[in-house]
Design a protein around this ligand. Structure first.
Ligand code: ATP
Ligand code: MG
Ligand code: MG
Length: 549
């Protein structure tokens, strides 16, 4: 990999190691909430957390941040684990914040005993009203001066299910006049009579993110807890809890979220696209989820390379999806075998080529990789070519096929168009050509040079396939920040299905996940919808950046 200077997190870690902090140990964690599938933004966080640990001989935990019973599900737990492994990372320990519920409860009791937490009977509306504004201090709750004994009893009652949802909360007793709103007696626990995907009905009180996250980091002796910028104002609270509890001093560091243009990276929004049927599922190849990118043909290495190139920023910005495409195109150019597929076919007959003759032509699998070898492609007098490769009245510099004009058929011969046949509506049904027998590729003795080369398949030998072509899912660069419903910015043409493409017969045995370059058409990957009778391909990416402005 290329040389680059240290990013700010590497600098911090190297300084910590040099100072011998935590004995020079580096232990990170990736803490997804199991309420959706991982997306490209999570990939950035995964590459960062696992990458830093690897670089400094440390460890990374996978911790499910499952403190909200309402939205979480084991389906998501399983997909998250599969996606992390697919990206190429293995965690040291697997944890669930819910496994710490008892310990977190005891931490809360310890803070009550220190006079640093209290049960508040105010309604959520009253609490909000007392919070103040960034320029005005808040008001202290009338329940703030309760005795330790009363708080202990009430908190236990909360746990024992004596109150309804929202009737009481546990709050940290910090400072209602703090300039940082997060320090104005933040909530630690709320009552929620809800079934949890792991703890079942054992609990009816659940810790808030701010009370669960730092303490979980501390329990696991995480040294560098890396999160996104929106948590900067939470950091004083993160430190406050750890300090008052006198537990292992994990530290939080923040970097900019990864955002991609023409898509959304918010699980809540992605979930809406799925539940509203706008896409076929979390792994619809138009989605920015890892399962969708995998299905579309992206490799783990291309995503890791993208994340490395994006780097670690301290200011939010939007990355062009073209950069992600660059990395997969780059890799597939090196690794994908070339094949011929005709997506919009028109029949072409070579009138001077014997009707009963079939030649097995030698075709190079990958000009970028000599070890990829050769295959044979059957050639005959009746072919399919791409409709757009013929023009009856071509402009100057149209180097493909036109009446009286010559072109080379890839791996085969030079042909010349003699005439065309049309149906009643004027659509061309057959193009008639003659070929130059001495012009065969690899042994061309015709002395003629043509400017254009086109792909083709032999009609009698071709297999058929469904080919799915994708465009951006949204019409605007930053749909999440437009006025109104983000779903109103959906690109109605994001999927184009070619139900009857013709492909080389050699492709008929392709397996789900196999990747190819369809000459002149882009890179394609076999979709899991493929059945024995029917191949389905997804276009991963075009050959060139046709989306460039
Ligand atoms: P979402 O808004 O998609 O729900 P989240 O941050 O709530 O995102 P989590 O499951 O909590 O989702 O994320 C797990 C980890 O991945 C967190 O540490 C979070 O900071 C990080 N992460 C999430 N989205 C991004 C992103 N777009 N770029 C970088 N890191 C991200
Ligand atoms: Mg989160
Ligand atoms: Mg979230």
């Amino acid at each position: 990999s290329e040389e680059r200077s240290l990013n700010f997190l590497e600098q911090i870690i190297e300084e910590d190691i040099a100072k011998g902090i935590h004995g020079g140990r580096v232990h990170t964690r990736f803490p997804p909430e199991p309420n959706g599938y991982l997306h490209i933004g999570h990939a950035k966080s995964i590459c960062l957390n696992f990458g830093l640990a690897k670089k400094y001989n440390g460890l990374t935990n996978l911790r499910f941040d499952d403190t909200n019973p309402i939205t979480e599900d084991t389906e998501y737990v399983d997909s998250i684990k599969a996606d992390i492994r697919w990206l190429g990372f293995e965690w040291a320990e697997e944890h669930y914040a819910s496994d710490y519920f008892e310990q977190l409860y005891e931490f809360a009791v310890a803070l009550i005993k220190k006079g640093l937490a209290y049960v508040d009977d105010s309604t959520p509306e009253e609490i909000a009203a007392m919070k103040g504004t960034p320029t005005e201090p808040g008001k202290e709750s009338p329940y703030r001066s309760r005795s330790v004994e009363e708080n202990l009893q009430l908190f236990e009652n909360m746990r024992n299910g004596m109150y309804k949802d929202g009737e009481r909360v546990l709050r940290a007793k910090i400072d209602m006049a703090a300039p940082n709103m997060h320090l104005r007696d933040p909530l630690m626990y709320r009552i929620k009579h809800a079934h949890h995907h792991r703890t079942g009905d054992k609990w009816c009180i659940y810790p808030m993110y701010d009370f669960a996250h730092g303490q979980s980091d501390s329990i696991e002796h995480i040294t560098h807890s890396i999160c996104t910028l929106e948590f900067v104002p939470h950091r004083p609270l993160y430190d406050w809890f750890i300090d008052k509890l006198e537990i292992f001093p994990s530290h939080q560091y923040e970097f900019a979220r990864l955002s991609l243009n023409y898509t959304v990276t918010s699980k809540r929004k992605l979930k809406q696209l799925v539940s509203d049927g706008i896409v076929r599922g979390w792994d619809d190849p138009r989605m920015p989820t890892l399962s969708a990118l995998r299905r579309r043909g992206y490799t783990p290495a291309s995503i890791r390379a993208f994340c490395e190139r994006v780097g670690v920023q301290k200011r939010d910005n939007i990355i062009e999806v073209g950069l992600l495409e660059y990395f997969i195109r780059e890799e597939l150019n090196r690794t994908a075998n070339r094949v011929m597929a005709v997506l919009d076919p028109v029949r072409l007959v070579i009138t001077n080529y014997p009707a009963d003759r079939v030649e097995a032509l030698q075709a190079e699998n990958n000009p970028e990789d000599a070890s990829a070898g050769h295959r044979t492609v059957p050639f005959s007098n009746t072919l399919y070519i791409e409709r757009e490769d013929f023009m009856e009245n071509p402009p100057k510099k149209f180097f493909r096929l036109a009446p009286g004009q010559m072109v080379r058929l890839k791996y085969a011969y030079i042909i010349k168009c003699d005439s065309v046949e049309k149906d009643a509506d004027g659509n061309i049904t057959t193009i008639y050509c003659s070929y130059l027998p001495e012009s065969r590729s690899g042994g061309d003795a015709s002395g003629i040079s043509v400017k254009g080369t086109i792909h083709w398949v032999s009609a009698a030998h071709a297999a058929t396939a469904e080919v799915r072509l994708y465009d951006r899912l949204f019409k605007v660069e930053d749909p999440g920040n437009e006025e109104g419903d983000f779903k109103s910015y959906i690109n109605p043409d994001s999927l184009q299905v070619v139900s009857n493409a013709y492909i080389e017969p050699a492709l008929a045995s392709a397996k789900t996940g196999d990747r190819f370059q369809f000459l002149r058409k882009g890179y394609f990957c076999v979709d899991p919808d493929t059945t024995t009778g029917k191949l389905v391909f997804n276009r991963t990416v075009t050959l060139k950046d046709t989306w460039a402005k």
